[in-house]
Design a protein around this ligand. Structure first.
Ligand code: 13P
Ligand code: SF4
Length: 298
């Protein structure tokens, strides 16, 4: 199956991108695995004709926003994001009408419609840099209230929040972290910014998925409690075979990130099935918000 996929990728002049939460067998054959920032950078830079995206719908949309001349395939159309579904363009328009004029910073974990109404996008890797890049001292940050509260703790900016969250990260409780710490007292606790703010306060490190991989590789410590979706344990372990990684909670699984199978990938490449394309009237304003983000990020 893996050889067949690599062969189909070659035939289609396609590149295969996979998020760090994807199942091991998918990560193993992808051309690039990464966090949302790295994947959007790669989607913007590749000269392949087809981008096969193994992740969730908003990620494929972001690739289509950045590379409209390419065919972007998402092997499972129902691989969505519960947080991205917690805000709509209409809801954002209503919220903005209730606030004084201010820029809108939107997490890439959002639909293209919402990005199109936003001033600038951000990811979990660059949210602080993006907030500080704005001239204004006050902004609305959507849709993740936890990411917004993390950014607020790291800047002097006044940040209004939208009441969205990622259920996979929201489920992590202080009691879970306490229990993991007691089981592994020597371990460094790494938390994703999508975790609740009481979890941020308990963390030794707060980072995006790829930020956690880089931190674990550079650290002298040998053991880590991983406060994000459990799929990240695989690339962490692969990059650091001599270190130990423990999930902060066994509950941290995003079902949408586990939907794509190798069979779905074969079907998608054979039939060019599952194309994701953002219409031009949405793509152009959404592109502005994504490009502004890339321009202010190191
Ligand atoms: P990052 O890859 O940016 O850390 O994002 C985590 C996430 O929830 C993606 O869906
Ligand atoms: Fe969305 Fe959370 Fe799943 Fe990421 S982990 S795709 S933010 S629901």
């Amino acid at each position: 199956m893996k050889e067949k996929i690599r062969e189909l990728l070659k035939q289609r002049n396609a590149i295969m991108l996979a998020h760090n939460y994807q199942p091991p067998e998918i990560q193993d054959i992808a051309d690039l695995c990464g966090d949302s920032l790295e994947l959007s950078r790669k989607a913007a830079a590749t000269d392949a004709e087809v981008i096969l995206f193994c992740g969730v719908h908003f990620m494929a949309e972001t690739a289509s926003i950045l590379s409209p001349q390419k065919t972007v395939l998402l092997p499972r159309h129902d691989a969505g994001c519960l947080m991205a579904d917690m805000i709509t363009a209409e809801g954002l328009t209503d919220k903005l009408a209730s606030l004084p004029p201010m820029p809108v910073v939107t997490y890439v974990n959002s639909t293209a419609d919402v990005k199109a109404l936003s001033t600038i996008c951000c990811t979990s890797a660059n949210v602080v840099q993006v907030a500080n890049s704005l001239d204004e001292d006050e902004m609305l940050m959507t849709p993740d209230r936890n990411l917004a509260m993390y950014a607020a703790s790291q800047t002097d900016k006044k940040i209004h929040t939208w009441d969205g969250y990622c259920p996979t990260h929201e489920w992590l409780t202080p009691q879970d972290v306490q229990a993991a710490r007691e089981a592994h007292p020597e371990a460094v606790f790494m938390a994703h910014p999508e975790c609740r703010s009481e979890i941020h306060k308990m963390a030794d490190v707060i980072a995006s998925t790829s930020g956690m991989i880089r931190h674990a590789a550079a650290a002298d410590e040998k053991a880590f409690i991983v406060g994000t979706e459990s799929g990240l344990i695989y690339p962490l372990q692969k990059a650091n075979p001599d270190k130990h990684f423990y999930p902060a909670s066994e509950k941290m699984i995003c079902r949408n990130m586990k939907k794509i199978t190798l069979e779905d990938i074969v079907h998608s490449l054979e039939n060019m099935a599952g194309e994701v394309k953002v219409p031009e009237d949405i793509r152009i304003p959404a592109l502005q918000a994504v490009e502004r983000m890339l321009a202010v990020t190191d």
